[in-house]
Design a binder for this molecule. Sequence first.
Ligand SMILES: Nc1nc2c(ncn2[C@@H]2O[C@H](COP(=O)(O)OP(=O)(O)OP(=O)(O)O)[C@@H](O)[C@H]2O)c(=O)[nH]1
Ligand SMILES: O=P(O)(O)O[C@H]1O[C@H](CO)[C@@H](O)[C@H](O)[C@@H]1O
Length: 358
Amino acid sequence: MNYALIMCGGSGSRFWPKSRKAYPKQFLKPLGPHTMIQSTFSRISNLIPVENIYVVTNNNYVDIIRQQLPDLIEDNIILEPMQKETATCIGYSAVKLLKKDPEAVMIVLPSDHHIEDEKEFISTLQQALLIAENNKALITIGVKPTRPETAYGYIQVGKKIDGHWPIDTHKVKRFTEKPNKEKAIEFIKDGRYLWNSGIFIWKASYLLKQYKKHLPDMYESMKRIRDGLGTDEEESIIEGEYRKIEGISIDYGVLEKSKDVYVIKCNFKWDDIGNWTAMERYMEKDEWGNQVKGKFIHMDSRDCIICGENRLIAAIGVNDLIVVDTEDVLLLCRRERDQDIKELLNRLSEHVEFKEFI
Ligand SMILES: Nc1nc2c(ncn2[C@@H]2O[C@H](COP(=O)(O)OP(=O)(O)OP(=O)(O)O)[C@@H](O)[C@H]2O)c(=O)[nH]1
Ligand SMILES: O=P(O)(O)O[C@H]1O[C@H](CO)[C@@H](O)[C@H](O)[C@@H]1O
């Protein structure tokens, strides 16, 4: 059977200070009337019946999820004892699904994507499910790149698959997660690369075989978790294994290493609302190139992203700044350094007196 797994345990640090550890970006509405997790859930429920939609998260977010997704089945919340990156949350979820259904095919979805043309999205995933069900394939959805973004994975597209696959599918020649700027520019010039959308389709059993090969320690942990499911020690076994696991993302852990990765190019509009500069694609520019939400007055200030709340933001002669104002935190960041917000939060966490602001 087919299942959807929505990953919803991240803290959205690059979207700080609007996104906070206690209330991360997937629960916010940066682009419209619904929160990002609500849009993700309603989009996929057009393909996967609600009984088969799962959300993997941790205890911090359960109440928000229940409140924001009233249609999500209570038992379909998979709880991680701590955050250990995407390979861990996907592997653990695969083990849980396999316990219920040894033939489970899973669609893995982040909860912070913006997608337009939902019909095309559903139709692409439908075809991908058919391929994954019948082949030893890790399928990714690829996006035509438009800029040398360093926050994404890059897929070098290889040979087209001949045979009876229901949609144009290519072998992935090489997968490079988050290249540096130089490499990203090279990939864009080359023209044979796609971005990795972060949406994956595979058989849960086949994915775990790949863990055995490429993440053997994690695989052993997953086996012990599997054996513990349904026993009195289930909770403590899961927690113990999670403590031991060295967290890694699915991209570095499996996709960069595996020889069985395939890509389907998407024909729907896709975006990752991962950081503040993502907002520039959705905010109008004034004649100075400033993009403004909230109350803003300026003299001679250009190309700034301004996100205010209640206070008036006033600027004189500043350029290329991201300004995000909230009730208790004001962020000032040069535009090209917005990925560094993650590092800033690491530094914040070293100061006990600033803990409440994370
Ligand atoms: N359950 C679970 N979800 C995760 C984990 N890490 C990331 N996610 C989710 O996976 C998706 C993609 O992750 P990222 O874009 O890296 O999101 P993030 O970690 O919240 O954001 P940054 O802190 O800015 O990197 C988001 O929907 C996250 O909520 C994890 O360890 N467990
Ligand atoms: O967790 P991150 O940092 O958002 O990166 C993941 O998602 C990107 C697309 O959103 C992908 O491009 C990456 O390859 C990766 O899967």
